[in-house]
Design a protein around this ligand. Structure first.
Ligand SMILES: Cc1cc2nc3c(=O)[nH]c(=O)nc-3n(C[C@H](O)[C@H](O)[C@H](O)COP(=O)(O)O)c2cc1C
Ligand code: SF4
Ligand code: SF4
Length: 446
């Protein structure tokens, strides 16, 4: 089993990197992380040092889960450049085979050229361009102000490539409608690789006494950057868009956003990432989480017969298609396992109020029943059911038919008028409006 990677020329013993953020603020932290098993680290963004505010972080605590989403209004490093450069050199002495990548954010061409020279002299293995911060730095014309302007981004990548002798990764901001626009601009500018996502512009909540957004700074707040488990789906989608683009996927992509477990790592790799970066999970649980990531990844690769990361990178991409190519003839319906059901009725409530009135309560039994003719196979009941594996979706088509919206469109066989006979929901049974005022717990069809 070989977990090592060569990411655009940056060699690393494994694909697990710490993202540029507080866990990579100092040589002390990065040496501790490498010792714990991380293969690489992207140094907390270097530039003209800033002054930070207090406090800096906010959080979405969802039910019993702390930090399901995490938000910060922290800027780039507030430490002097000379201190950081000295520590980069020291880390490289102790860990010559690990990847140390210097994240950079400055303003002018001269500043870019000067700082690139500095980090190269310090022995960094690569450079990451931070075009992501959606707070503070963008007000100063940097960060997401660049990430949101593909032409500016391309120009700056061009400046960087003039001076860089080591591989350059362009880190993209997700605060944009079409992620392929800055992706393409980065490639045109000559970048060696791309990483994403940086944080999402956000307000995580309002203090109901002071009416200020979290985190509150002396009675006021500002939008921050959102990250952590809550942003993973957005990151996966953006990764997929880049990985499917024939121009962009000529360069490798480092996946970032909500990665916490080995499963997350595998999902990012399956969608085309060949290194992954982690911030919030390391801030929440510490560097030790890499041990579970490594053990899980190795077990997955053993189970599937893979020997390197590259054996399965991008393997999920052919299965991600446009909606219009999905098979309209595929049919599943919900099925309740009576042995597992605890009679909580959550499925009944969800389907009756939020879906298709396809679950009835059964007199004399705690187990609700599925009204198959109404079930559209939407999945909602199986998602709300608190018992794992109690509601499963069962296939009802025989697999012989395949028809897509695209094919129907080409065959002139789609609804085109407001009350069209071809409408999909036309033949579903729906209770009469007045039935809502009758016995609410009754199966309307009985
Ligand atoms: C407190 C904090 C500070 C951050 N600082 C930086 C930074 O200096 N440079 C940068 O490129 N990204 C920075 N990030 C963004 C992370 O590198 C990463 O892109 C983002 O948090 C998504 O990953 P995650 O969901 O694993 O946290 C920061 C994130 C947090 C939470
Ligand atoms: S799959 Fe959807 S429609 Fe079918 S029973 Fe469950 S919630 Fe109702
Ligand atoms: S949600 Fe699950 S456990 Fe609860 S009644 Fe429905 S099937 Fe049973």
């Amino acid at each position: 089993m070989d977990l090592s990677i060569n990411f655009a020329g940056i060699k690393s013993p494994n694909p697990f990197w710490l993202a540029s953020a507080p866990p990579t603020n100092s040589g002390y932290q990065i040496m501790k992380a490498f010792d714990a098993g991380w293969g690489g680290a992207v140094w907390k963004t270097l530039g003209v040092p800033v002054v930070n505010v207090s406090s800096r972080y906010g959080s979405v605590n969802y039910r019993n889960t702390r930090m399901a989403g995490f938000n910060n209004i922290e800027l780039i490093t507030d430490r002097p450049l000379a201190d950081n450069l000295r520590e980069i050199e020291e880390v490289k002495k102790y860990f010559p085979n690990h990847a140390v990548i210097a994240s950079l954010m400055v303003e002018t061409k001269e500043q870019w050229h000067a700082i690139i020279k500095d980090v190269q002299n310090a022995g960094a293995d690569g450079i990451e361009l931070n075009f992501g911060c959606p707070h503070g730095m963008c007000e100063r014309g940097m960060g997401s102000a660049v990430g949101q302007e593909p032409e500016v981004l391309q120009t700056i990548v061009g400046w960087v490539m003039e001076a860089a002798k080591i591989p350059v990764i362009t880190k993209l901001s997700p605060n944009i409608s079409h992620i392929t626009d800055p992706g393409l601009a980065a490639v045109k500018g000559g970048t060696d690789a791309i990483s994403l996502i940086n944080t999402i512009k956000s307000i995580v909540g309002i203090d109901l006494d002071t009416y200020a957004p979290y985190p509150v700074v002396d009675g006021k707040g500002s939008n921050g950057g959102y990250c952590g488990p809550a942003v993973k789906p957005i990151a996966l989608q953006m990764l997929r868009e880049l990985a499917c683009d024939k121009e962009i996927n000529k360069v490798p992509i480092s996946g970032i956003g909500g990665i916490e477990t080995w499963r997350d790592v595998v999902e990012f790799i399956l969608l085309g990432a060949t290194s992954v970066q982690v911030c919030t999970a390391a801030m929440h649980y510490g560097f030790g989480i890499v041990r579970e990531m490594e053990a899980g990844l190795i077990q997955f690769m053993k189970d599937k017969g893979y020997t390197t990361i590259y054996d399965f990178a991008g393997k999920a991409l052919p299965n991600v298609t446009e909606w219009k190519h999905l098979n309209l003839k595929h049919k599943v319906v919900a099925n309740i396992n009576p042995d597992k059901c605890v009679g909580c009725e959550l499925c009944y409530i969800a389907c009756d109020d939020g879906a298709h009135q396809a679950i009835g309560l059964t007199e004399g039994s705690r187990v609700p029943h599925i009204i198959e003719e109404n079930c559209v196979g939407c999945n909602l009941c199986s998602l709300v059911c608190p018992v794992e594996g109690c509601i499963t979706m069962q296939k009802r088509d025989d697999g012989t038919q395949h028809l897509t919206w695209d094919e129907r469109t080409k065959a002139n066989n789609i609804p085109v008028t407001f009350n069209d006979e071809l409408a999909g929901g036309r033949h579903h049974w729906v209770p009469a409006p007045v039935d809502a005022l009758k016995n609410k717990r009754k199966d309307m069809r009985r």
